[in-house]
Write a protein of this length. Structure first.
Length: 442
C-alpha cells in the first residue's frame, strides 16, 4: 500500500467486494468505485395517506430503501378555526373547537370550557354531576380514539381484520355519544359552565353493556396481534425514540409514556377531580412502535376503569352552573323535528317576566361577557398534552384562543424516527404517533 493511498486494493470475496479503509472521507472513497453512490431520489409520501388521519405530505430523500432525510409538510387541511373563534361569542366557540381533533372532540371542548371558566372565575362552581359527566365522556372518547389508532395502524401494516374490529367497537361508543349529545361527533356538548344536557338513563344502560363487552374484545385484539410474527417484526425495535429525545422535542402522551416516563396530566396536574379516581399510568421502556401499541391497549383498560367509577359517582343534580347569566342553553328542550327549541320550552320562556325574556334574548344573541385576562389550561388528550391559551379583552367574544395541539408537536418526532431507517418503517413510525391533521391544521 502506498503512502498516499486511503485504502488497500479491493478484492472479491464470497460476500462481495471488500475494501480495507485506513482513513479519508467515506463518500470520496466510495465515489471512485460505485458510479451511483450519490444518486438519491426524492419521494413525496402523500399529501394523502391513511395513517395520518388527514392530509399530510412527507418529503423523503431516499438512498435505496433507506431514508436519509425526512420533512413534514402540513397545512393542507387548514380551517382557520382559531381565527373564527374571534368572531363568535364564548358559547359558540364550543361548536368550532370540537372540529379540531375530530377523533377527540370531547377533549377539545373540555379544555376550552375549562379555560373560559377559569377566566370567569367559576371553576369551583361547576356542579359535581357536570364534572363527572365530563370525565365519563372524555374517557369514552379516549377509548374510541385509541380504537381508531389501532384500526388504522393495523391496516397500514397489513392487519386488515383488526381494522374492521377496531371500527366496529368504536361504532358502539359513537352510538352512546349520539344518545347523549344527539351527534356522533362534533358535539359541542361540553360548554362553559357545564354540559349542554343531562345523560339519559338509556345511555347509562348502553355504557354498562359496553363495559361488559369490551374486555373480551381487547383480549381478541391481543390474541390476533401480540403473538403474530409479522406484527412483532414490523413493530419491535422500529421507529425508536427514547425518553431523552421525547423530552427534547416536547413529545407527550402515549409516545412519551412508551419511552418509560409516566407523565400523565391527570396524575401530575389533575383537573376535573381526576385526583380522586383510581387508575394507573401505563409505561413501556423500549420507546418503539411495539411499546406504543402496548401502552395504548393498557390505556383503554384504564379508561374503562375510570368510566365505571364515573358511572358509580353520578348523582342527581344540575349539569350547569346556577348563574343564569352564563347557564345557556343547559335547559334546552329539542323540538319534535329534532331541531330547535320545543314549543313547550319557548312557551316557558315567553311565560316568564318581560325582563327574563329580554335577558334570554341578549344572552343568546350577544353572549356573556368574560373579564379581561389570559389563562393557559392543559388536559391529557389521547395524543398528549392539549393546552388552551385563551385571552379575553372583557368582551363577549374571545380576543385570542390558541391551542397547544399534541399532534402538531408530536410530528416533530417523525424525522428523528425515520432518518436512517427503511421507508417501510416510516409508515409504522408515523402511524405510531397517531397524528390527526385536523388538530395540526386548525
Amino acid at each position: 500500500m502506498t503512502a498516499t493511498s486511503n485504502y488497500a486494493s479491493e478484492h472479491e470475496t464470497d460476500e462481495g467486494r471488500v475494501f480495507t479503509v485506513t482513513g479519508g472521507d467515506w463518500d470520496t472513497i466510495v465515489a471512485g468505485t460505485d458510479p451511483i453512490n450519490d444518486e438519491r431520489i426524492i419521494v413525496n409520501m402523500g399529501p394523502q395517506h391513511p395513517s395520518t388521519h388527514g392530509v399530510l405530505r412527507l418529503v423523503l430523500e431516499l438512498e435505496g430503501e433507506t431514508v436519509r432525510e425526512a420533512r413534514s409538510v402540513i397545512g393542507y387541511l387548514h380551517t382557520g378555526i382559531e381565527k373564527n373563534l374571534e368572531y363568535r361569542n364564548w358559547v359558540q366557540g364550543s361548536t368550532f373547537v370540537t372540529r379540531m381533533d375530530y377523533l377527540a372532540p370531547i377533549f377539545n371542548e373540555t379544555a376550552y370550557a375549562l379555560a373560559v371558566e377559569k377566566l370567569l372565575g367559576i371553576t369551583d362552581d361547576i356542579t359535581e354531576r357536570a364534572t363527572t359527566i365530563r370525565v365519563l365522556m372524555m374517557e369514552l372518547n379516549r377509548i374510541s380514539s385509541h380504537l381508531v389508532w389501532l384500526a388504522t395502524t393495523g391496516m397500514e401494516l397489513g392487519a386488515i381484520s383488526i381494522m374492521l374490529y377496531g371500527f366496529r367497537e368504536r361504532e358502539y361508543i359513537l352510538d352512546i355519544f349520539e344518545t347523549i349529545t344527539g351527534l356522533r361527533m362534533n358535539h359541542a356538548y361540553v360548554r362553559p359552565g357545564g354540559v349542554a344536557q343531562d345523560v339519559p338513563d338509556e345511555a347509562i344502560v348502553k355504557i354498562r353493556e359496553f363495559l361488559k363487552m369490551m374486555p373480551k374484545k381487547l383480549k381478541e385484539y391481543e390474541d390476533l396481534l401480540s403473538g403474530q410474527p409479522i406484527w412483532t417484526e414490523r413493530t419491535k425495535g422500529v421507529a425508536v425514540l427514547d425518553v431523552t429525545g421525547c423530552v427534547a422535542l416536547g413529545i407527550t402522551g402515549p409516545v412519551l409514556r412508551s419511552a418509560g416516563l409516566a407523565w400523565d396530566l391527570r396524575k401530575t396536574m389533575p383537573y376535573c377531580g381526576y385526583e380522586t379516581y383510581e387508575f394507573d399510568v401505563p409505561t413501556h421502556p423500549d420507546g418503539d412502535v411495539w411499546g406504543r401499541y402496548l401502552v395504548r391497549l393498557a390505556e383503554i383498560r384504564e379508561s374503562m376503569k375510570l368510566v365505571e367509577q364515573a358511572l358509580d359517582r353520578l348523582r342527581p343534580g344540575p349539569v350547569m352552573v346556577a348563574d343564569r347569566k352564563i347557564a345557556w342553553p343547559a335547559q334546552l328542550a329539542i323540538g319534535v323535528d329534532g331541531m330547535g327549541n320545543s314549543l313547550e320550552h319557548v312557551a316557558k320562556i315567553m311565560g316568564q317576566s318581560m325582563e327574563s325574556l329580554i335577558h334570554h334574548f341578549k344572552l343568546v344573541t350577544e353572549g356573556f361577557r368574560v373579564p379581561p385576562g389570559q389563562v393557559y389550561v392543559a388536559i391529557e388528550a389521547p395524543r398528549g398534552e392539549l393546552g388552551v391559551h385563551a385571552v379575553s379583552d372583557g368582551g363577549t367574544r374571545p380576543y385570542r384562543v390558541h391551542y397547544r395541539e399534541p399532534s402538531f408537536v408530536n410530528l416533530q418526532a417523525l424525522p428523528a424516527m425515520a432518518e436512517g431507517g427503511l421507508i417501510a418503517d416510516v409508515i409504522a413510525g408515523g402511524a405510531s404517533l397517531d397524528p390527526v391533521m385536523g388538530g395540526c391544521d386548525r
